[in-house]
Design a protein around this ligand. Sequence first.
Ligand code: HEM
Length: 506
Amino acid sequence: MNTCYKTEEKIDNPDSRYYSKVRVPWGDVNCPYPHRSFWYGTYKEMFEKPHHEVENERFETFKDSDVYANFVGTLPIITVCKPASLRKLKKCSTKPLFNMLNAVIQSTLEYFETSRWRKCKYKVKEKLSGENDIFEYSVDEVVDLAFQLVNRLWNIADFEDPIDVTMLFYDFAFEATFRTLLLMDYEVINDPEKKLTGKIQRVFRTGDKITKNLIFHSHFSRIARRFGHQMDHEELMSFRNDVYKLIRTNWLEDETSFYLLNSIRDAMKGTDYSDDSETTKREHLLDDMTNLCVYFLLFGSHKVSTLASMVCYLLAKHEDVQEYLRGRIQDAVEFDNGCLKYRSLDSIKDLETIIKETLRLYPPVSRIDRKADARIRVAGDRLEIPKDAFMSIPVCGIHRNSDVYIDPAGFDPSRFYRDSLSKYEFLPFGLGVRKCAGEAFGLMLTKILIIYIVGNFKIDLYPLNNEMPPKFRPSYQGLLQIEELPLYFSPLKDSPFKMREITMGS
Ligand code: HEM
């Protein structure tokens, strides 16, 4: 592969990257943990049930004790869940690195643990926020793609068969990110063969295998690394290579030819590659940019697709909310003379609360991880978490905490008008210095997608009045993974958008 993995800066002692030798004095403190089996630790259940369901049950059982433990094999992971203890994790800047057995994902995740990422993160985040004109420009691109998606859905919606839109939404988010980053078309939505995203989805489907391998690694990490055991996917390798080449070619051809990426490059320019010659320095910068873009395209799109799919599911389940939202969309679009303007995205306040309530019930990242940078005292100073210990935050459990939320399992977007929640009680985008860098961008994509879908289709459950919850797969890196989500999409006769004439003719 045409990349320079070897150039990664040394993160820390390589042995402590994949497992922690830290011994927590469980016996001395009141820190409970679920039943622990000899081989799997407390992880056996994670292969049988989706991760977030197991996390929710554990949270309900142990939340009173503030911290509780999990074991990946013999590796202890301390779960921290109360606001006072979570506050201490805000400045924690490292995450545990497991061997993903996949060079592309590994390389990307390793990049986020370097000081190079830490130094440019806030500038990159600013570039991806609504505070600049790049963002406003990308709204036009994204709206154009939303037109295409609706058109495609019109062609396949036949009133009788349900559609699982998760994959279509993934294509949309992927192509939107691609166009915004590289200012280029990469036919995804209209590619019936799904040459690219189909393959990438298969990579996600192997997530449970990777989770199993984490157990393997907690027992045999040295051996596995010694023998270079890998689970690489050629498709993913060649995809990374494509991204790398695109960035490099654009760079060589014209300094200004790519837009968002151009400004991300500027944000990264201050990166310290002090020991290198100018040529190697540029190779390193290219490699860092590739890692970042691969994450945006693969993981960013995955999270947007999960979020938008779950919004559709909840709107199908709550028809009254769907009707009400459609009315608000209609008002906003009519105000804009049948188009969609950037400012309208934020003017539909109810859309915002619906998305927040979806993020609360089904956070696309159901658990986040940290590695202690220093000793941390938690649980009212009762427990000291040693340096280098692995920690986790059960986002989904916290979001369904019955001490904080009235009717925690119920769908009630208006709670976000009513209740004031702290950043430790509602944290779908994470916490502190490692918080999501693409929050504003992800929300912009989701809002446009939902506005166009709800403005053009009536969404119903399949089968109608179905009471069964959606199906999820055992997850990968705490990512919520939808197994199957069939819904009915019936085209509306009186769409508020002037879009049929525009799109049907083409
Ligand atoms: C809208 C759905 C999204 C959700 C719910 C979400 C959520 C998250 C969460 C929970 C984290 C981990 C934060 C932590 O550990 O504290 C994260 C990390 C990250 N997200 Fe997102 N994300 C979304 C979309 C995106 C998009 C669209 C992008 C980029 C295009 C993006 C870029 C990133 C990056 C770069 C990180 C790593 C930050 C770091 O490790 O320092 N995310 N996201």
